[in-house]
Design a protein around this ligand. Structure first.
Ligand SMILES: Cc1cc2nc3c(=O)[nH]c(=O)nc-3n(C[C@H](O)[C@H](O)[C@H](O)COP(=O)(O)O)c2cc1C
Length: 214
């Protein structure tokens, strides 16, 4: 039997992408996001209007989408409640976010220069996509723009040999194990792998941390 449920969250399970973008001072910002879909050499990414990443993408027109494998879950989680924006919104402050201009160091990740765009790549991510912004679409709620759907084109793909089908231009779907964010928890190989700080900040019911302490 189906029931009508006013669902509060529609994150059904998508790969986690670490988005590199260029800050106004020329340094690289890094932020996890998972609202992305792919078509040909294009991706649409959904990003909150207040995020530093959104502002950087719309200002510079460049990004690197670094796809995180499940073994990077701890590094990703360290970025969960950080922002590259010095001025925190009241919502972010209440949720426990803090300003961090050195995201690579905070996450324990290694920067690697890109070939075609300014933001650095994340060396630990097996798939790194250098991208150019082609367009954007504001998303409003109650007459307020709270997010942007940003269309990016992949200019160059860097693929580690460990996830490439030998001697082809294809990713091996059996070797590639994406870190998945399902609702607000992390999954790898289809199984829950670690509680997430975002789920705790959002007070998500049924999260792993809550089950462990029950
Ligand atoms: C696993 C994960 C997935 C996330 N997905 C998104 C997303 O799809 N869109 C978004 O706007 N924020 C997402 N966030 C939240 C941003 O990472 C967060 O707002 C962060 O502060 C942005 O950093 P910035 O302000 O330096 O850009 C996600 C966070 C985590 C941990």
């Amino acid at each position: 039997m189906h029931r009508v449920v006013p669902l509060k969250v529609h994150y059904y399970g998508t790969p986690v992408v670490l988005v590199s973008s260029t800050n106004p001072d020329g340094t690289t910002n890094l932020a996890p996001m998972s609202s992305a879909w792919w078509l040909g050499q294009n991706a649409m990414v959904g990003l909150a209007a207040a995020s530093r990443t959104t502002q950087n993408l719309l200002r510079t027109g460049e990004a690197v989408l670094n796809l995180a494998s499940s073994d990077l879950v701890d590094h990703v989680d360290r970025l969960a409640l950080l922002t590259g924006t010095p001025e925190l919104s009241p919502h972010k402050r209440e949720t426990g976010y803090r300003y961090e201009p050195r995201k690579f160091e905070a996450a324990g990740l290694t920067r690697e220069p890109s070939d075609l765009v300014a933001p650095d790549r994340v060396a630990e991510c097996p798939i790194q996509l250098e991208c150019r912004v082609s367009g954007s679409y504001p998303i409003s709620e109650d007459d307020r723009v709270f997010a942007h759907a940003i269309h990016v084109e992949v200019l160059r793909s860097h693929v580690h040999d460990s996830v490439r089908l030998p001697r082809t231009d294809y990713v091996d779907p059996q070797a590639w194990d994406p870190l998945i964010m399902k609702f607000c928890d992390f999954f790898g190989e289809g199984r829950p792998i670690a509680p997430s700080r975002l789920a705790a900040g959002w007070q998500m019911p049924g999260r792993l941390e809550e089950q462990a302490s029950a």
